[in-house]
Design a protein around this ligand. Sequence first.
Ligand SMILES: [Zn+2]
Length: 170
Amino acid sequence: MAHLVDIFEVARRGTRVEGTLKPAELPELSKLLANEEGRLSYAAEGEGDRRGHPAARLSIEGEVFLTCTHCGKPVAVRLESEAVFLLARSEEEANAMPIEEDAEDEDVVVGSKRFNLAEWAEEEAILTLPSAARHDACDEAEWAQTPDDEPEAPKRPNPFAALAALKTKK
Ligand SMILES: [Zn+2]
C-alpha cells in the first residue's frame, strides 16, 4: 500500500495528510498479527522548521489483534504514538543529524518528494506493537467459550478453577 506525498511540502506548508489502513494493506505489520481485523489510522502534520530542519509530526492510532500468550486466541491491542520527525534529504544527512538527548519525542527520517506515508505509519506501528499480549481476564474469556467447543466440560470439575481457588486462599 502506498500513500505518496511530498513530505517536505507538507512540512513547509504545515498541512495535514491522513489515512486509515487495514492490516491486510500492511504486509510487514500483518506478519506479526493474529488476524487481519482492526485498523491503523495515521496523520502527518507539517511542523515548519525545527532546529534548522523541516519537520513533520506523525501520529498513529488504531487497534489490531495479537495472539494471546495464555489462550492462543486473538487479543485486541491498541496502537497509539506521536512523534516529531526532522526530515533529512539523504541517508548521509540523516546520519549527521544528532538527536538531542532530552528530545524523546523527536526522531529523524529521510524525506522524499514521493514519501510513502503508509509505510512510515506501518513502521511506527511495528515499533509501538508490544512483543506479547494476553487478555486482561484470560481465564474468564477462555471458559466462557468452552461450552460451545466441548459440551461435556461444564459438568466436570474444572481443575484450573480448583487451582485458582487454592491460589486465592493464600
Ligand atoms: Zn487469552
